[in-house]
Design a protein around this ligand. Structure first.
Ligand code: ATP
Ligand code: MG
Length: 404
């Protein structure tokens, strides 16, 4: 398949962006006013909204002449968009956008529109080869993330998956994507099977549904299915972004809910798992260190267009910084809280049982059910720490309005 073409209609200093896009396997094309018709052929576009209004309008019209080309509009704090520019297929990024952020932003956009990232070699992984099954449905993907280790991501992902299964009886897949470190199967008693790392020797055309299906273990007590990256840290390099995305495509096609336990960091694998998520549950503990890391993550996430899909879950919520102060500092409401209960958490994980089934009457179990209800009852009551932030004028464009 061809490399995806990106039209760049931006001001000066584009070299670093062009190079970053090429390195990531994209084919950047600079806007040429002499040949505006070439504009309508591209896959995605980046349009600087501080160019001359007539130029913006002309580029935008060409991008929407024969098809609606998804466009990333770069705006400054004081940018006034011409009236005919900006619609539901577009996204907005604040300037200046660093080259890596532009790459992630466009990658996220491709993934969400159901396409695959260009591989490191610059060639496209073939759609057909990645998963041949007909689409059975679109699973709702929730990525559980924190930039800081040890705050309770795995505890929340495991218990949320089991609670969600109990609440809905739907097909729930727990996806351990904490490559190299995480091992969901150490805290959830499931028969250990293969992991994605075992596909190391197989070419992408062998990453079929049947292969992924074989890797799944079932947690007998709840019926939650588990797919892991593997268990041997020495094999972590075997799990590529492409492989994780192929597994995610299969996962979404065959389950109602996919809960992803992520690595704490900003590596490409984790960023891909965040980019494909419908919702990101950011786990924070009421401590200054965790708060600082979370604020930095939120800043990055907003730059990448992921800001609107993040929900803040406060773990060990009964100690430390007050919830209202956390919401204010993060600029987001607290969507759910989980009380601290060390003894019960340790007994549960040591025995391989989720807290929600081992200690169903404890407050911690009730709280973890509350986290799952954010998904099973998305229109349920919101907690009292709602934050009414002033909406920016450009929020009408909706950064994820065009989700596939
Ligand atoms: N609400 C809680 N109350 C008491 N203990 C908890 C709670 N949540 C998590 N823990 C304990 O804290 C430890 C770290 O939790 P967990 O492994 O879920 O964190 P993590 O964010 O996934 O860590 P890592 O970044 O290493 O993957 C575990 O021992 C877990 O049992
Ligand atoms: Mg973990």
């Amino acid at each position: 398949m061809e490399r995806p073409t990106i039209l760049l209609a931006v001001g000066a200093e584009t070299d670093a962006h062009v190079e970053a896009l090429q390195r990531a396997g994209f084919e950047p094309v600079l806007f040429n006013p002499e040949d505006p018709d070439a504009t309508s052929e591209v896959d995605l576009a980046v349009l600087d909204c501080d160019l001359a209004p007539a130029a913006i309008q002309s580029v935008y019209e060409h991008l929407h002449r024969t098809k609606s080309t998804p466009t990333l509009l770069l705006v400054g704090e004081n940018t006034e968009l011409p009236p005919s520019v900006g619609g539901s297929g577009d996204e907005v990024a604040l300037k200046p956008i660093p080259p890596e952020a532009l790459v992630y932003r466009l990658q996220a956009r491709l993934i969400r529109t159901g396409r695959h990232l260009p591989s490191e070699s610059g060639a496209w992984a073939s759609e057909e080869s990645l998963s041949s099954a007909p689409i059975a449905g679109e699973g709702h993907v929730v990525s559980v993330f924190a930039p800081k280790g040890g705050v309770g991501k795995t505890t929340i992902a495991v218990n949320m998956a089991v609670a969600l299964r109990q609440q809905t009886r739907a097909d729930v897949l727990l996806f351990d994507a904490d490559v190299g470190v995480g091992n969901v199967t150490a805290v959830l008693d499931v028969p250990v099977k293969m992991g994605l790392a075992d596909l190391f020797d197989s070419p992408p055309e062998e990453w079929t549904d049947a292969v992924f299906e074989q890797m799944v273990s079932v947690h007998a007590e709840s019926g939650v299915k588990v797919l892991t990256w593997g268990s041997d840290p020495a094999q972590s390099e075997r799990v590529s972004v492409d492989l994780l995305l192929a597994a995610m495509k299969w996962a979404r096609n065959h389950h109602s809910y996919v809960i992803v336990d992520n690595h704490p960091g900003y590596d490409d694998r984790t960023m891909a798992m965040l980019a494909v998520a419908h919702e990101i549950f950011l786990v924070v503990t009421p401590e200054v260190g965790a708060m600082r890391n979370s604020s930095q993550f939120l800043e990055l996430a907003r730059e990448l267009g992921l800001g609107t899909v993040i929900r803040v879950i406060v773990n060990r919520a009964n100690h430390g910084i007050r919830l209202q102060d956390m919401a204010t500092a993060l600029g987001l409401p607290i969507s759910a809280t989980v009380v601290s209960n060390g003894p019960k958490a340790i007994i549960s994980s040591n025995e391989g049982h989720p807290v929600v089934t081992k200690f169903p009457r404890e407050k911690i179990a009730n709280d973890l059910h509350g986290v799952a209800r954010l998904i099973s009852q998305p229109n349920g009551p919101t907690p009292g720490t709602e934050l009414r932030a002033a909406r920016k004028w450009w929020s009408r464009l909706g950064p994820r309005a065009s989700e596939a």
